[in-house]
Design a protein around this ligand. Structure first.
Ligand SMILES: [Zn+2]
Length: 465
């Protein structure tokens, strides 16, 4: 059961970061004049109703959906699903239960339902009427498999290889995105029945459910944000650190999905997966891009060793400190990252060039970055145990948050739990907006980032995806 409201954030289009304002209309459809505009970054709008586009307008074969929302200032109107993120219990509206916020257009609505009491489309909203709150008791189960996501590309590998879809547009740096405090951080869904471990698909193009690990036949498609039940796992081996998670979908089909495409919710240590006490990812809304190790597919000629995780997000997505706070030990403003050419791609320099990695003016490739130290006593119990197993008992953990659009963190600053210290960007050795999350351990609390290299850790030792 769940009492999470269905909430919408006006976050703009992740593929078009230059959009900084979104039109709110009196009824669904772009033929309507606008009521007013809201800035990208407006958060915590309550969803009243969802309707498909009245003209049946599509993108990549998928019909747009329109949301009737109430803004925090009580204004009301309709916005289209390619410009917003949604989170919470959407089951009364044909969406799944979304434990973390997700790009609405990437989710396939399973039916055109609305909570009892909502007004039919076409009725102009009156300023701040009282409306029926979404029914708290869900009427439908989160239909995982139904409607095959109309558009999308095959999934699985692609998501990892290509880096977040878009062009390098990141220039605009809407940066200091309106900082409505709001919203608790993303935390593991409280909805997993006791003893059940869930896996949520965080590959924004979906993933494949396979009959066997690695090259097994594809049984079904798993859409972004679909929830699966974990029933086991299998290590890929062969020098990789991949795990294949044995899961069951809502249709009762069982198979395997690679762990990098999944956020595990609950204690899955019995299967060699997360303990469930790890820090949440540092952003509320993100998608999976790339993991630790040699993570480009075997058929990619440019195999590169990758020292961290890459999580894609919308430019300006707030970057949050760990749940118990930490100390800023290092910051860098990238000298070569200009507003119109923030990254190597914009300069025509191939991604992954040694000249960049050796250049302090590029922040050694990290662009704008912040390093935060999490003292040993603030770490999850599972992280402390893993450090001890590696003869790093009592060590502190340092995290670099790289490629930021901007940051407010200052050297020596003590950050509170979940305190925002910057925003996600596309600076340095980067080709699309994402954070590179790299984790190193060391016992000297004053160590500089470069000195900590021997303590490099797979980020899953501290974070859950
Ligand atoms: Zn990276």
């Amino acid at each position: 059961m769940s009492t999470q409201p269905f909430i919408l954030h006006v976050n703009g289009n992740p593929n078009v970061p230059t959009i900084l304002e979104v039109k709110v209309r009196p009824t669904p459809g772009t033929t309507q004049t606008e009521l007013f505009k809201v800035p990208v970054g407006t958060k915590n709008c309550r969803v009243l109703e969802v309707q498909p586009d009245p003209q049946g307008t599509t993108l990549n074969g998928k019909v747009f959906q329109w949301f009737r929302i109430v803004l925090p200032d009580n204004r009301e109107g309709w916005v289209r699903d390619d410009l917003v993120q949604i989170t919470g219990d959407g089951r009364s509206y044909g969406y799944p239960l979304l434990p973390m916020s997700a790009y609405a257009f990437s989710i396939t609505r399973t039916s055109n339902v609305n909570p009892v009491g909502t007004v039919t489309p076409g009725t102009p909203p009156s300023a701040s009427t009282t409306t029926t709150a979404p029914a708290t008791t869900p009427t439908t189960t989160p239909a995982a498999t139904t409607a095959p996501a109309a558009t999308t590309t095959p999934a699985a590998a692609p998501a990892a290889t290509t880096a977040p879809t878009t062009a390098p547009a990141a220039t605009t740096t809407p940066a200091a995105a309106p900082t409505t405090p709001s919203m608790g951080p993303v935390v593991p869904s409280p909805t997993a029945p006791t003893g059940t471990v869930l896996a949520v698909c965080i590959a924004n193009r979906g993933a494949n459910l396979r009959a066997a690990p690695v090259g097994g036949a594809i049984i079904a498609k798993v859409d972004y944000m679909t929830q699966l039940t974990v029933i086991g796992s299998s290590a890929q081996g062969g020098g990789t650190n991949y795990m294949w998670v044995n899961v069951r979908n809502a249709a009762g089909q069982t198979g395997f999905v690679r762990n990098s495409f999944l956020k595990i919710v609950g204690n899955a240590t019995q299967w060699g997966l997360g303990a469930g006490d790890e820090y949440p990812a540092p952003m509320r809304a993100y998608w999976w891009v790339r993991g630790f190790g040699i993570n480009f597919p075997a058929n990619d000629a440019n195999e590169v060793y990758h020292d961290g995780w890459d999580l894609g997000a919308v430019t300006g997505e707030p970057m949050l400190a760990g749940p118990r706070g930490g100390v800023v030990t290092q910051t860098n403003v990238c000298q070569k990252c200009t507003p119109d050419k923030p990254n190597t791609l914009a300069w025509g320099i191939p991604v992954g060039s040694d000249s960049v990695f050796n250049d302090p003016a590029w922040g050694y490739g990290y662009g704008n970055f912040v390093v935060i130290r999490y003292d040993n006593n603030l770490l999850p119990a599972s992280t402390q145990q893993r450090l001890a197993q590696r003869s790093l008992s009592g060590a502190h953990v340092f995290v670099i948050y790289a490629h930021l659009a901007n940051f407010t963190a200052r050297n020596g600053q003590q950050l509170a739990g979940y305190e925002q210290f910057g925003t996600c960007g596309n600076t340095g050795n980067s080709e699309a907006t994402h954070v590179h999350l790299e984790v190193r351990a060391g016992s000297n609390p004053n160590a500089q980032w470069a000195q900590l290299r021997p303590g490099l850790l797979e980020p899953g030792n501290l974070f859950s995806r």
